[in-house]
Design a protein around this ligand. Sequence first.
Ligand code: PLP
Length: 428
Amino acid sequence: MSLDDQPRFDTLAIHAGAAPDPTTGARATPIYQTTSFVFDDVEHASSLFALQAFGNIYTRIMNPTQSVLEERIAALEGGTAALATASGHAAQLLIFHTMLEPGDEFIALRQLYGGSINQFNHSFKKFDWNVVWADADDLTSIEKAINPKTKALFIESIANPGGMVTDIEGISKIARRAGVPLIVDNTLATPYLCRPIEHGADIVVHSLTKFLGGHGTSMGGMIVDAGTFNWSRDGRYPTLSEPCESYNGMKLHETFGNIAFAIACRVLGLRDLGPCISPMNAFLIQQGVETLSLRMQRHCDNAVAVAEWLSDHKKVSWVSYAGLPGDRHHNLAQKYCPNGAGAVFTFGLKGGYDAGVKVVSNVNMLSHLANIGDVRSLIIHPSSTTHSQLAEQQQIAAGAGPDVVRLSVGLEDPQDIIADLEQALAAA
Ligand SMILES: *Cc1c(COP(=O)(O)O)cnc(C)c1O
């Protein structure tokens, strides 16, 4: 390797941000299970509080175990900086808290994780942050929704639950013309399958809870700053461009340049709203990140095997998985996710609602639960669970009609996953 050769993805997944512990020589990143950090002296303390020096003060704002995870995900995504949070939803809260003022609007695609739809429709309204919905398969619907109050676009790279792939580049051009940042939720893809910053994303957000952690043990979220957006152009992002009262009138974008967004999320959002990740969870998630490539490739290979088998099953009416050649999102998958289209997808049962209930009631190895991105294979019938509060028409619009079953294909032997589905389908 020549000196200016950048380490490649698999190397970054193991080494980025980490070094042997300078005091003990510990090779793995220690769990710094401490709330607070001793100052060198009064000058050091006051420079930390004035943002004149970077350093650890209090684990709500920064902690060395978190810092390694942040640097690692920033490297894998090709961003300038990152901030870890307690959950994916906490990351979304901090992003919008930094970008929006009361009365502002943002545009989000209808094809989103159900929890994000709830967060945007209900809790964000209390801050007077107003979501406007558009359609992933109709870019003109996004264009039409833009108005002078619009401050951001929010999309998913691979959209939950249908496993469809979004045209990130097409949407980033719309964002650029409108002068607003594009936020991409990259949870289902992970940077192994898709790097949205290469396609024009300004901010990438993750639920680490899913494939990045990968083992179904720990909650976490991440905000990645691409360093690409000009927050000071027209005063529409005052948190970043205007003098900050709680830091002696400092202008965060002027001072911190291409890491200003990540800094603002940390020193204002995380400081004041408080959803920090625990050092233990940061450590556990990092164990997952170190094997990301191996796991994601196997997740995808298993998902293709299961999806192909389901497509030929007589009780199955359709399979929606962009990894299958005939799928309507297959071309987008080849462009944005050339290594695979992820491991979360849906299929339809000819027997409708009752058949869906029977299948999830009869699985043995598969787990019937509301999560994705575990080593274990997971199954859910959205219309009797996550989407049961919606009217049938709304369920159908969300890709969660009565006949729909969602799978998150795990890392077991694919023949065993198929065998379990086969006996559950036989019972339906
Ligand atoms: C789970 C999930 C979230 C929310 O993350 P939490 O860690 O559960 O708060 C957001 N987006 C997507 C796509 C998800 O799957």
